[in-house]
Design a protein around this ligand. Structure first.
Ligand code: HSE
Length: 434
């Protein structure tokens, strides 16, 4: 065992931070033996002293002052599980400037300020690790950064938000309403402090931004990632999709076209026989295509205290090992030594090509189907399948179609025409297909 312990300063004792503290305490002996260096949870910070009591922290470990811990010369690695943009950003940058390694689970922070943080870390030659920021316990960041580094990643499809996947799985299996399932997801500790980040797709967009950084070495602006959430998904559409042989999942999509990269977040119909269709509940998965490796599926628990703490402590071990070996910052945060920081151009959503699920709410009268098909045809969009439900006593009937591949812009224009038809009485529901 080396002489000098590696000392951890943990900022935040919430769902993730509390899990990290517990894991570091429970496995201190094993982890230290694994490293060959004593690994010590030296300080832990929270605004709520009761959290420290519940965790049973040793006396002298708890502090109410994050800045004191960041400035403490004895601390080697600062672990940020505070969340949000500020003061988390200032704390992470201050820790780096103090020459400390940083582990963070903060996807919102990295999605917005990742490049600033990574550049600061490279300048100060300290490690920054962020496995827990995407996919909870799944070793996804390190797989993209290291294990798949020899590849050109051509595409990725990800289920990256446990809350949304939990909600959609429950709505599919039990037909429970959206709000009730959301409350359950919150109670289980999957959801963000503001759950609109989950259900509006923002959290998935944060994670896609980080994945894009790992694949391209640069970072898209969040505002440039087309993002739709799951709030408009209804049991009716889940049922129709099921009848056609699909599940509805919230997907992060990346297509690397070489000169351009296409990134988007939206609900999508996934065929029952696609590997991602069997990812249920709070589980996450990333389906990756690399030019040499072919297909890879990374799968596991994407949220929750224990899986996320597992990823954070894995990062702590990586930084501690490099510190103990006297090579802090050995691996640049994004893996690459190239420091261009310029993103490939983003492909506009208008040019995306995919198949579409459409549900039209139509008056039950002759010629409606023909009118809809004519408008689609006018934009070169052909129909693969169609189903119309039987007559209802009152109100519109749903006509559900799957189209062949079409350009997004053409689809949007066709829908504008269709929604203006007198026989179409509600805005058409459109969901892209994976
Ligand atoms: N709110 C996130 C989720 C937590 O539901 O996946 C993990 O990032």
């Amino acid at each position: 065992m080396g002489d000098k312990p590696v000392k951890i300063g943990l900022l935040g004792l919430g769902t993730v931070g509390g899990g990290v503290a517990r894991l570091l305490m429970e496995k201190r002996r094993q982890l230290s033996a694994y490293l060959g260096v004593e690994l010590e949870l030296a300080r832990a910070v929270d605004l709520e002293p009761s959290r420290a009591e519940e965790l049973g922290l040793e006396s002298g470990v708890f502090s109410g002052d994050a800045w004191q811990v960041i400035e403490d010369r004895d601390i080697d690695i600062v672990v940020e599980t505070v969340g949000g943009l500020e003061p988390a950003r200032a704390m992470v940058l201050a820790a780096i400037n103090q020459g400390k390694g940083v582990v963070t689970a903060n996807k919102a922070l990295l999605a917005s300020h990742g490049l600033e943080i990574f550049q600061a870390a490279r300048q100060k030659k300290v490690g920054v690790a962020f496995e827990a920021s995407v996919g909870g316990g799944i070793p996804l960041v390190r797989s993209l950064r290291d294990s798949l580094a020899a590849n050109r990643i051509t595409s990725c499809l990800g289920i990256l938000n446990g809350t949304c996947n939990f909600i959609l799985s429950r709505m599919t299996a039990q037909g429970e309403p959206f709000a009730q399932v959301l409350a359950e997801a919150q109670a289980k500790g999957y959801a963000e402090a503001d759950p609109s980040f989950d259900v509006e797709g923002t959290d998935t967009a944060h994670k896609l931004a980080i994945i894009t950084s790992l694949i391209t070495g640069a970072q898209p602006r969040l505002a440039d990632i087309p993002t739709e959430g799951i709030t408009k998904i209804t049991p009716m559409d889940i049922n129709f999709a099921g009848e056609f042989g699909f599940k509805i999942k919230l997907l992060a999509v990346l297509n690397n076209q070489g000169d351009k990269v296409e990134v988007r977040v939206h609900p999508a119909l996934v065929p029952h026989d696609h590997l991602l269709a069997s990812v249920e509940g709070p589980f996450n998965a990333l389906h990756v295509n690399g030019d040499w490796v072919g297909q890879v599926l990374l799968y596991g628990q994407g949220a929750g205290r224990r899986p996320t703490a597992s990823a954070v402590v894995g990062d702590i071990l990586e930084l501690a090992r490099d510190l103990a070996a006297g090579v802090p910052g050995r691996v640049p945060p994004l893996g690459t030594q190239a420091n261009g920081g310029r993103l490939q151009e983003l492909a506009p959503l208008d040019n995306a090509v995919c198949q579409y699920y459409c549900r039209f709410a139509a008056l039950d009268q002759p010629g409606v189907l023909a009118a809809v098909a004519r408008e689609l045809g006018a934009f070169g969009i052909s129909i693969e399948k169609v189903t119309q439900k039987g007559r209802q006593e009152a109100g519109p009937v749903p006509i559900v179609m799957l189209t062949h591949e079409a350009r997004e812009a053409d689809m949007r224009r066709a829908l504008r025409q269709i929604d203006a038809l007198p026989e179409i009485v509600e805005p058409t529901v459109v969901i892209r297909m994976a």
